[in-house]
Design a protein around this ligand. Structure first.
Ligand code: 6PG
Length: 238
């Protein structure tokens, strides 16, 4: 048996996937706020989480989540302006931030206006430096097994100290800024959200490959607390 999460939840449809994952996150947010007055949530980028964020900011969950006590961070960001089509901040702003009563000071975007991506990464590391482990890190998975911007064959995979670093992604010919394994794996919980038949091959490979020579960046995600995979049937079909 290959790499396995603590919890693997397989939903019958994409609709069910986003509803179930959103309900789980809303419940966890309330537990954290009741226990310690705050919920720190690192958001995933790309396309998949959009519908999750819309679920969180729709009834009934929008009335149930303690928004004023929730702080939002980003697992990674593309080195583009925050109003660029490729910006993870722009996606979260549209599908989450502008749809819920979140105080501006609770939103912690990764800066992308420095001269270099590494300077942006250093600035972000300073901003979140003394943060105890994040309560929740939400992640996606690429067809190459990357997560956040931890891409196969990149130096950031070997970063064992910095919480945030810059990474040049050859195939996109672009810089990104990403949380690293040391920061992500200090999280109390991590959720990997996977939808669609285009992910079934990588899901099958990651969960079933016993070959020690075959590994994917997603397999380095081992949070202090619970690791859950929320996968819809199309993505699990492999
Ligand atoms: C990003 C994400 C990245 C994403 C995967 C899956 O900035 O792109 O952080 O890790 O989760 O690439 O992307 P999709 O959800 O669009 O398939």
């Amino acid at each position: 048996m290959g790499y396995s999460p603590d919890k693997l939840i397989i939903s019958n449809s994409a609709d069910e996937l986003f509803k179930e994952a959103a309900a789980c996150i809303a419940q966890y947010a309330n537990e954290c706020v009741q226990a310690k007055g705050v919920f720190s949530f690192s958001l995933a980028g790309g396309g998949t989480p959009k519908r999750l964020y819309q679920q969180l900011t729709s009834s009934p969950l929008i009335e149930q989540i303690p928004w004023a006590s929730c702080h939002f961070y980003f697992g990674d960001e593309r080195m583009v302006p925050h109003d660029h089509d490729d910006s993870n901040y722009a996606m979260a702003h549209k599908s989450l931030f502008e749809r819920a009563p979140i105080p501006a000071g609770n939103i912690h975007p990764i800066p992308t206006d420095c001269d270099t991506a590494q300077e942006c990464a250093n600035r972000y590391a300073q901003e979140i430096g003394n943060l105890p482990g994040l309560d929740l890190v939400l992640l996606g998975i690429g067809q190459d097994g990357h997560t956040a911007s931890l891409f196969p064959g990149t130096d950031i995979l070997h970063e064992d100290t910095r919480p945030v670093s810059a990474v040049y992604v050859e195939k996109f010919r672009s810089w990104r800024i990403s949380m690293t394994y040391p920061l992500i794996n200090r999280a109390k919980q991590a959720i990997v959200l996977i939808s669609g038949s285009d992910k079934s091959e990588i899901v099958h490979q990651v969960l079933n490959t016993d070959n020690p020579d075959v590994s994917f960046p997603i397999q380095g995600i081992r949070p202090l607390g619970q690791l859950s995979w929320f996968v819809d049937k199309d993505a699990y079909a492999g």
